[in-house]
Design a binder for this molecule. Sequence first.
Ligand SMILES: [Zn+2]
Length: 739
Amino acid sequence: MDIPDHLMDGDVMDTTEVHETTINMDPFVLDMRSPVAQTKHQKLSNGDRVAHSRSPSFRQEIMTTTAKPALEQLPYSTSQTGLVYDVRMRFHVEVRPEVNQGVHPEDPRRIYAIYKELVDAGLVDDPSTVSLAPSVLARIPTRFVTKQEVCAVHSERHWEFVISLELWDNEDLHNGGSQMDSIYLSKNSPMCARLSAGGAIEACRGILNEHVKNAIAVIRPPGHHAEHDEPMGFCLFNNVPIAVKACQNEFKDTCRKVLILDWDVHHGNGVQQAFYNDPNVLYISLHVHQGGKFYPAGPKGDHLHCGEGPGLGKNINIPWRTAGMTDADYVLAFQKIVMPIAQDFDPDLVVVSAGFDAAEGDMLGKCHVSPAGYAHMTHMLMSLADGKVAVCLEGGYNLRSIAVSALAVTRTLMGEPPGRLATTIPTPSGVDSIEEVLRQQAKYWPCLYPKDPSKRIKQTEGERIHDIVREYQAGWLWENLGMSDLFIAHSKTSRSFTNQVLATSNHSESRPLLVIFHDPPDLVGTPDPRTQRLELHNTWLTDSVKQYIRWAYDRGFAVIDVNVPKHLTDLEETHEHAEEIDGKKTIDETQLLAKYLWDNYIELSESKHIFMLGIGKAYTSIVNFLKENDRCRERLTKVIGFISDECTLPSYKSTTDDFLDRWYRDASKIFVATGHYVWEKHKFKPPGKKWGTLQRSDYNDMQEMLSHHCKEVTGILTVLTDDWEPEAAPVVGASEEET
Ligand SMILES: [Zn+2]
């Protein structure tokens, strides 16, 4: 064998280890310390062998405890967890490592790091340590995968190609690998790839033969990117699909339906391809997708790829829109999607494509899954298929992260409860991704109902409530206050711009002008407990902004009311679920609208008292607008903001004008939710001038804040306009009619 020097470290190249893993077609190694193993041993054929011996004292202890069993032991709790690890899988290495590029991420030391962690934890019967666990891992020797097993997933051409590599010279291996998609090749690649796939098969066989209750296969090269006819993404043979096909073939009655759960941070394109039209293999992958930008790039990992033909609905992609996912995101995806579907599918075997590159510390994945997070996922999967779970290593490139994650998974497989989770609050992006998958998969899985209602809504020509509500508001403001639509030029046409800006007809007169930017009002209601439907008679529209408009109107102010829609209804209505416009885009567009209103209406008005009231994100738009349009400051009397706990607080500072933040402090009054992070941040030192004049509200909810502080705000406006006589201004017709 052509073994590079750096792999010849003594602790790994232990001769007993190599001896133990020599090829054996019915390869099961028993641990004699386990009482179950002792009884099993008697039942097993002569071909099975005992791998090791233990210190006499330990054996005596076991002998005495097992001498007179009071009760028959539970088979599940007392059988062992299997471990596949073979040092020879470290020999697949780069023939000519690129200078200055450091070690390739698919580092041969990966599997040793995990093995060593298990040894150090006392879970492996290794001569170098004293075992701490009452029942150590049962070693399952790996073996070479056969051509027939590989060709159940790959083309014959692909098999021939991989096998031929042992005859290539180093020059060809280097060049050949560099022409492929994220692949390096070596003379030992065929051996390692065959052992890796063989190890995955033996882990599953060990479980299905009831030699072990579950198993972890610490194998490399990984497999889930390898396609039918092409190696890619560090993968040569697709280990998990090869194992699944081999087991379905061998255990026809007991292994018919298989769940492959892929928590590697990358999409397992090869696994998806292998079973895309297969109704008996449910593939669920959680991976970073970033709209198709993350490896392996393209649309195949999106939520719309659900399988085809008889396999439709049996392919479930949970594509994260961003990196940075946490335990809480993964646990939520398990609770809402993975477990309901998996329980419905009811598999005979669960195989985990277990990459640990979503782990905290992995530079490729940039996510934050903790060892406890992996343990919880494992624990949930163990409730399926009578606990028959085979965990097969895929990616994972931080040696420490993969070691501690794999250890946590192994402990859980062995029966230890998962550790506590540091966070249970999912990220907003994670929640969005999960909801998107739920809507898609509800087409195929009744456990995820309610179904997407878009078809029904389309047939009945349904209209979006946000448009209807604005229409109602416009009607009320017209009838009661004589306010009407102000012309605004928009580059895009949308029904949501109708009535977007409403104004009293006196908006250009010499009277105080209040310009309000706000979100649409809130709908509040509790769904019917039986049908979960939101019934109109139990649903309220809360619109605290109305109090401000009413007060200003009664006081004789001119009012411009701007509604900032959360969604723009297309003229070609699709009736599908609409996401809120991206926050940054809303802020930018509202800023442009503020500029348009200023240039076309506010600046032309004769008013000497101009007030701007920004609610939520719209307040940031106003501040951004003021920063870029200095001349407006002279005419602005006061800017009032409402910041709920979900909004960021904008600052106002200029690198050129030192007095700017002082002006801002004097000109602003900002009500900030009691739970806003700014209060925590400034617990010991009050916020500086650049944040404006802040006032902590007793509330977090925007409608409650608006309602509670209405008197305070109107009080401020009254004081600031006491030099103005309301009687001096003409009163609008509509109000006369009403009063
Ligand atoms: Zn990966």
